[in-house]
Design a protein around this ligand. Structure first.
Ligand code: KIV
Ligand code: ZN
Length: 386
């Protein structure tokens, strides 16, 4: 059976940019959009055009320069939002309007003071209006993660009948467990009569640290689009991390899925977004964190130096990183120490390594990491006293 493509919908410039302090100007947004296109994402959500003149301008300018990816603009299920988004997206080769409304009883009651019937009506009206402007309309059922399943299916069927090409099933509050999110997708796949006319999309937030797991579970259950951001940035605990889903799919060919993202560009892209948004990437972040290819305990270092795959499922060059690092701490062993000395051009016999190791441990107990300069000092001591 041929592998199925999972479309990567990047929302770094929209959901990602909602992070306090991460606001981007139009120039920065255009630069990132061009890089995202080169990275190989299929859809770039460029912004929320009605939200401000600056965001309108960004979506409009991005629509002019992006030639291969779809450019998407967010709206509420509101006539003016849709008209403004359509205007901003006019120059796009492949424009998409992303419209939607709350679908959980919680949102229907507290956000909209409305009823399921009215929500259904507004959703259908919004999709029909958007289809007057563009052939590609995505509908988001906000807070689908907590919505009643039968109502969600009814809503999905109605918006597809109204012309939606993609139905986004957002776990807006990051509430679902992976099996629950997968069950939701499977239910929609099996109970929406016109599901063959649209694709389902995963949009998961990370409030319980499950955004990536939920997105992969959703794709396994039949969703063909994953919405994500570089470095997983986004509201509160963030969105699904693009680099994580791309590598999870790549590392598991048995899923029969693939994406068009070039993995070698993941680390440079992560650094660019981190610098542009002035948002530090946590060192232990999967795939792109500073420690993702660092080995510091003796057992791991020894195994890694014998054969890298003992402790690395991703080779650093696969994601555009330089090399793996052997970090020297008080937990490191002799083989790591000898390796680091060798890299500095030293060669010691066994007795010297034993002595160096004793001295190294004393030093390592007194500091977090033993650096090259420390090693040179140690080497001189042993050479001098030998
Ligand atoms: O999290 C969410 O529900 C969203 C929608 C606007 C798609 O970001
Ligand atoms: Zn979101």
């Amino acid at each position: 059976m041929a592998d199925k493509q999972v479309f990567i919908f990047d929302t770094t410039l929209r959901d990602g940019e909602q992070v306090p302090g991460c606001k981007l100007n139009t120039k920065e947004k255009i630069e990132l959009a061009l890089k995202l296109e080169t990275l190989g994402v299929d859809i770039i959500e460029a912004g929320f055009p009605i939200s401000s003149p600056g965001d309108f301008e960004s979506v409009n300018q991005i629509s002019k320069v992006i030639k291969n990816a779809t450019v998407c603009g967010l709206t509420r299920a509101v006539q003016k939002d849709i008209e403004v988004a359509a205007e901003a997206l006019k120059p796009a080769v492949r424009p998409r309007i992303h419209t939607g409304i709350g679908s959980s009883d919680n949102h229907i009651k507290y956000k909209f003071n409305s009823t399921r019937e009215e929500i259904l009506e507004r959703a259908v009206k919004a999709v029909k209006l958007a289809r007057n402007y563009v052939p590609d309309v995505e509908f988001y059922a906000e807070d689908a993660g907590r919505a009643d399943l039968q109502f969600l299916a009814q809503l999905t069927e109605a918006v597809i009948a109204a012309g939606a090409t993609v139905v986004n099933v957002p776990d807006t509050t990051g509430f679902c467990l992976p099996h629950q999110y997968a069950e939701k997708m499977a239910y929609l796949m099996n109970n929406v009569s016109n599901i063959d006319k649209a694709i389902l999309s995963c949009h998961c937030h990370n409030d319980l640290g499950l955004a990536t797991a939920n997105s992969i579970a959703g794709a396994i259950a039949g969703a063909r689009q994953i919405e994500c951001t570089i470095n997983g940035i986004g509201e509160r605990a963030g969105n699904t991390s693009l680099e994580e889903v791309v590598m999870a799919i790549r590392k598991h060919p048995e899923l029969g899925l693939y994406t068009n993202v070039d993995p070698k560009q993941l680390l440079p892209m992560s650094r660019l977004v981190s610098e542009t948004m002035r948002m530090v990437v946590q060192p232990n972040k999967a795939v792109v964190g500073d420690n993702a290819f660092s080995h510091s305990s003796g057992i791991h270092q020894d195994g890694f130096l014998k054969e890298a795959t003992t402790y690395e499922i991703i080779a650093p060059e696969e994601v555009g990183a330089d090399t793996s690092k052997i970090v020297l701490t008080a937990r490191s062993g002799r083989s790591a120490l000898a390796y680091r000395f060798k890299n500095l051009g030293y060669s010691f016999d066994r007795n010297q390594v034993d002595e160096l190791y004793e001295r190294f441990l004393q030093l390592a107990d007194s500091k977090k990491e033993v650096e090259d300069a420390d090693l040179k000092t140690l080497a001189e001591q042993v050479v001098v006293t030998a």
